[in-house]
Design a protein around this ligand. Structure first.
Ligand SMILES: *Cc1c(COP(=O)(O)O)cnc(C)c1O
Length: 356
C-alpha cells in the first residue's frame, strides 16, 4: 500500500460552535485527504493536508462536463468516547460502482478506508458527542485536467472532507410531507440513477423547488418511462408497509442502492418481517391506501437514517399515512439502526468499524 504523507495544520481552527446548533455541512475540520490520478501513473501522492481551497484551472473538465462522483457516510462518537464508522467498505465499493459508470478510474477500496480512518483519527476532536450528532464524511472525485473536448479525464483528484453535523431530529422523529412528482424525472434505466454523482442532484433541484413552494419537503420520483413505478425520495430510498409486508422498489438501474436501505432489509428479515424488493406502481399504492392497507411509509438514508412519511400528495389525491405519525415498525428500525451506529446496541451484524 502506498504511504500517506501527513502535513498537520499549524493554525487549528477554533471549535467554538455549540453542538446543539450544528446544522448540516457548513463547518469543516482542520484536515482533508487528497490523492491524484494521472493517466499512466495511477492513483498517487496520497496525503493528508490542512483543509483549504484547491487550485483549479477554469478549464478543469469537472466544471464543464460534470465528471464527478461522491459518497456520504458518518463517524459516530460512542458513549465510551470511541469513534466508529458504519459499513464504510460499502461506501468505497459504491464509489467504484459510480466510477465505472462515469469512466473514472477505480480506487483501491481498502487503501481509501485506511486513509479515511487516519484522517478521522487526526481530526478526532471534531467528532461531536452530543446525542444524535456525528461527523459527516464526504469523499469525492473530480476530473481536473484543463480540456474542453469531451472525453474521460486523465487527471483526477480524490478528496475526503469532514464536517461535524447536528442531530437530524433534535425534537424527535417528525413525519414529512412528500409530493409525488409527475412532470420531472430524476433518472432512467441506462442513465446514472444508480450512481452517486452531482449531475443527478442538479437534475432534481427544479422539482424540489416546486415541491417546497407547495409546502412539501421532498418529492417522490416515479420511473422516467411510464411515470408510474415508484423509485425513491430525493436523497433517500423509500419503503412502504402494505398489509403486513414491507415493500421497497427493486434496484433496476435508476435507483441508488442505499446502504441504509440494505441494512433495513437485513434487519427486517432478521425480525421475520416479510420484505419484498419489487416494482411498486403509484396506483397500486393508492389502491392499498384506499383499502386501508397502507400502514407505514418511510425514507432511508445516511443523513436522517429513517424519515417517516406522514403524507403523500399524488395529483389531487392526498394519502395520510398512520394519521401523520411515525409507525411502530419505522420507530423500531430507527432505534435499532441508530443504536448500532452510536454503539448503544450490540452490533450483532458486525457492521461497525472502529477508528482506533
Ligand atoms: C445517498 C443516496 C441515498 C441513500 O444512500 P445511503 O447509502 O443509505 O446513505 C438514496 N438516494 C440517493 C439518490 C442518494 O444519493
Amino acid at each position: 500500500m502506498q504511504e500517506i504523507k501527513i502535513e498537520r495544520t499549524t493554525a487549528p481552527k477554533p471549535r467554538d460552535y455549540d453542538e446543539h446548533k450544528l446544522g448540516f455541512g457548513d463547518i469543516f475540520t482542520d484536515h482533508m485527504f487528497v490523492m491524484d490520478y494521472y493517466e499512466g501513473k495511477g492513483w498517487v501522492d496520497a496525503r493528508i493536508v490542512p483543509y483549504g481551497p484547491i487550485p483549479l484551472d477554469p478549464a478543469a473538465m469537472v466544471l464543464h462536463y460534470a465528471q464527478e462522483v461522491f459518497e456520504g457516510m458518518k463517524a459516530y462518537r460512542r458513549a465510551d468516547g470511541k469513534i466508529q464508522l458504519f459499513r464504510p467498505e460499502r461506501n468505497f465499493a459504491r464509489l467504484n460502482l459510480s466510477n465505472e459508470r462515469l469512466c473514472i478510474p477505480k480506487v483501491d477500496e481498502a487503501f481509501c478506508l485506511e486513509a479515511l480512518k487516519k484522517l478521522v483519527e487526526i481530526d478526532a476532536d471534531w467528532v461531536p458527542s452530543l446525542e444524535g450528532t456525528s461527523l459527516y464524511i464526504r469523499p469525492f472525485i473530480i476530473a481536473v485536467d484543463p480540456h474542453l473536448g469531451v472525453r474521460p479525464a486523465n487527471h483526477l483528484m480524490l478528496i475526503i472532507i469532514l464536517s461535524p453535523v447536528g442531530a437530524y431530529y433534535p425534537e424527535g422523529l417528525n413525519p414529512v410531507k412528500i409530493y409525488v412528482e409527475k412532470n420531472y424525472v430524476r433518472a432512467v434505466k441506462g442513465g446514472m440513477g444508480f450512481t452517486k454523482t452531482g449531475g443527478n442532484y442538479a437534475a432534481s433541484l427544479k422539482a424540489q423547488d416546486e415541491a417546497h413552494d407547495q409546502n412539501y419537503t421532498q418529492v417522490l420520483w416515479l420511473d422516467g418511462v411510464e411515470r408510474r413505478y415508484i423509485e425513491e425520495v430525493g436523497t433517500m430510498n423509500v419503503f412502504f408497509k402494505i398489509d403486513g409486508e414491507v415493500v421497497t422498489p427493486a434496484l433496476e438501474g435508476s435507483i441508488l442502492g442505499g446502504i441504509t436501505r440494505a441494512s433495513c432489509i437485513e434487519i427486517l428479515k432478521s425480525w421475520g418481517v416479510p420484505v419484498s424488493e419489487r416494482r411498486l406502481a403509484i396506483d397500486e399504492l393508492y389502491a392499498a391506501y384506499e383499502a386501508g392497507k397502507l400502514e407505514e411509509a418511510f425514507g432511508s438514508g445516511t443523513a436522517a437514517v429513517i424519515s417517516p412519511i406522514g403524507e403523500l400528495k399524488w395529483g389531487d389525491k392526498i394519502m395520510t399515512i398512520n394519521n401523520g405519525e411515525i409507525g411502530p415498525l419505522s420507530q423500531k428500525l430507527y432505534d435499532t439502526l441508530t443504536g448500532i451506529q452510536w454503539g448503544k446496541l450490540e452490533d450483532t451484524f458486525h457492521w461497525t468499524c472502529p477508528i482506533d
